[in-house]
Design a protein around this ligand. Structure first.
Ligand SMILES: [Zn+2]
Length: 217
């Protein structure tokens, strides 16, 4: 199974990638994680990326695509789910060329659609534990005691990026750069729009409906 999950920040891509991995045994390929890992390992690609980041520049598309292609090549036989990549049409085109070269094309694309206001509510309500990394939500997943981690009693923090202004900014970057990626794949006819507004279990069921078909091929 070779799939990609697209959606705005806060649409629930991470949550649903985890469920997809559990159900189908595919490898989760998150561009953020892969970039961090390459840098931590000090690989040639990682060192190149680091030098751009040190100079305050964005890591160029070609380098990101090379990293992701390498990770795709190393994914197990069960396949993979791409998360957070491609971010731009240019990256999508470069990925397509690389996948075609490796006879490793995509089976399908899942597009998680969530209302902007719900994304803002999800992200601004997030609280995380600086000690163990557990993530809570003031309304949807509150800790037993307000502001305190259930596991270790640490005071929960509201990350400075999780404010409405920052979220609305990230959403407009998404509409500008990444929404065209959805249209790019739609033109190829492989996109399933999934309503991501509901309960995570219901959303997962909608996604599994589309993906189970692939396992029966
Ligand atoms: Zn904790």
């Amino acid at each position: 199974m070779r799939i990609m999950i697209l959606g705005a920040p806060g649409a629930g891509k991470g949550t649903h990638c985890k469920r997809i991995v559990e159900r189908y045994g595919v490898t989760h390929l998150s561009s953020g994680d892969i970039l961090r890992r390459e840098r931590a390992e000090g690989s040639e690609l990682g060192r190149k990326a680091q030098s751009y980041m040190d100079s305050g520049a964005l890591v160029p598309d070609e380098l990101i695509v090379e990293m992701m292609s390498k990770a795709i090549g190393n994914a197990g036989d069960a396949g993979y789910v791409l998360d957070g990549f491609p971010r731009t049409v240019h990256q999508a085109e470069a990925l397509g060329a690389s996948l075609a070269e490796n006879q490793n094309g995509l089976d399908t694309v899942i597009n998680l659609k969530v209302d902007d206001d719900l994304v803002v509510e999800r992200i601004t309500g997030r609280r995380s534990c600086p000690k163990c990394g557990a993530v809570y939500h003031v309304k949807n997943m509150p800790p037993k005691e307000e502001g305190i981690c259930d596991h270790d009693g640490a005071a929960l923090v509201h990350r400075p990026d999780d404010t409405e202004d920052v979220v609305r900014n990230r959403l407009s970057t998404y509409y500008e750069q990444t929404k065209p990626v959805v249209d790019y794949y739609k033109a190829k006819g492989t996109v399933h729009d999934i309503d991501g507004n509901g309960d995570p279990d219901d959303v997962a069921a909608l996604i599994f409906d589309k993906l189970d078909v692939l396992t029966r091929k």
